[in-house]
Structure formats: C-alpha cells, structure tokens
Design a binder for this molecule. Structure first.
Ligand SMILES: CC(C)(COP(=O)(O)OP(=O)(O)OC[C@H]1O[C@@H](n2cnc3c(N)ncnc32)[C@H](O)[C@@H]1OP(=O)(O)O)[C@@H](O)C(=O)NCCC(=O)NCCS
Length: 186
C-alpha cells in the first residue's frame, strides 16, 4: 500500500496526482474516449499539456487527486477540486472521471466519498459543487448516492468539445453530513 495515500476506503485510496502518472493516465484516457465524450472536455494527451495540468495543482486554488486500487495502486479515476475559494466561502468545484476498464463497479462512489471526507476535514472546505449535464445519468447517480442536493440549473454553462452545454448544479455542504442520515453506500 502506498504511503502517498491521503485516505483510504475498503477498496480504493486517494493520493495527489503527479508527473509520473503521465503514461498511466494517458493510456487510460485514450481507452476512455467514448466514456468521457460528451461529458468532459477532451484532454490534450501531450506531455506538455500534462505538465501544465500538474502545475495547476501547485496553486492553493486547485487539488488534483487520483483514485487508486488500494492494494495495487492502479489508477481507476481522477477527481479535481477546482476554483477553491477561501474566506467566507470555503468552497470548491469538483471535476471527476472514471476510466473505461474499471467504470461501473462502485470505485468512484468510494473514491469520491474519500475526496469529500478529505475536503471537509483536511482542506477545511464547507461546500463542494458539481455541475452535471441533465442527461449524464452516471454522474447524477454518483452525486445522489453521496447525498448531494440539486441547487439549480445553469443554461449554456460550460463549453465541452465545441458545444455550450446546460448543466444542473449539485452541491454538498459540511452541515449536510453532520445533519443526519445520508447514503454513504459506496
Ligand atoms: C460519472 C462517472 C465518473 C461515474 O463513474 P462510475 O464508474 O459509474 O461510478 P462508480 O464506480 O461509483 O460505479 C457506480 C455504478 O457501479 C455499480 N456498482 C457495481 N458494484 C458496486 C459496488 N460494489 N458498490 C457500489 N456500486 C457498485 C452501481 O450500481 C452503479 O451503477 P448505477 O450508476 O447504474 O447505479 C463515469 O461515468 C464517467 O467517468 N463519466 C464520464 C465523465 C463524466 O461524466 N464526468 C463527470 C462530469 S460532471
């Protein structure tokens, strides 16, 4: 088990993404083109673009994490907490992907649950937001399973692969976790 893990569950763990992940993530991303389109912007798979991606997480406003099999360390997903706002907001915006060969088995539910725990404890955040296209059933299922609340609808919210797409805004706040029953059934 890697000592880079920030926190682990039964099957998966999370750790910061790093420059050495380039080959593994690039291969996984190429294999997952169909799964990822049209839900997330197509990723430039060049080494330079990956280095830029990693550099983003040197800023306090962004956290880049990978979800790994706890025992082998193989990467099964990625979660970014983007646009972290401190002060009176303490909020961040989530971006996440599973990879095709391991999707649909509950690993992302477990991994995103760990990210939520990490964000609300270690990072001290109060609110995590996820913006999801209304027809992205897998992503909607994921946030519902973790107890997120639908807050609203944002027309033409994000340009993904050339098209401005509407998104639903979902969020989880720390008080919702302490308030009572929620589905932590990753
Ligand atoms: C959204 C996305 C990350 C969800 O990933 P996922 O692989 O479906 O998530 P999980 O690993 O938690 O798998 C959940 C599914 O596994 C099933 N499953 C199987 N075994 C399971 C287990 N032991 N525990 C929990 N769930 C299990 C669940 O029933 C669930 O299926 P359902 O959604 O039909 O109910 C993935 O579909 C993806 O990468 N999509 C493209 C990118 C994207 O949309 N990103 C988000 C943009 S907002």
């Amino acid at each position: 088990m890697s000592n880079l893990y920030l926190i682990h569950g039964d099957r998966v763990a999370i750790r910061p993404v790093c420059a050495n992940d380039y080959d593994e993530i690039t291969a996984l991303t190429r294999d997952s083109a169909e799964l990822h389109h049209p839900w997330v912007p197509r990723r430039d798979t060049s080494r330079e673009a990956f280095d830029d991606f990693i550099a983003r997480f040197a800023q306090p406003t962004h956290e880049g994490l990978v979800v790994c099999f706890r025992q082998t360390g193989a990467i099964v997903g990625g979660v970014n907490i983007n646009n972290i706002v401190r002060g009176s907001m303490q909020s961040g915006m989530l971006g996440y992907v599973a990879y095709a060969s391991t999707a649909g088995r509950g690993y992302m539910s477990e991994g995103l649950r760990l990210v939520v725990q990490f964000a609300f404890t270690e990072l001290g955040l109060h609110r995590l937001e996820a913006n999801i296209q209304p027809t992205n059933a897998a992503s909607l299922n994921l946030v519902k399973r973790l107890g997120f609340r639908r807050e609203g609808y944002s027309p033409v919210f994000q340009r993904i692969n050339g098209v401005w797409r509407d998104h639903e805004r979902w969020a989880l706040t720390a008080d919702m976790l302490s308030a009572g029953p929620h589905e932590w059934t990753a």
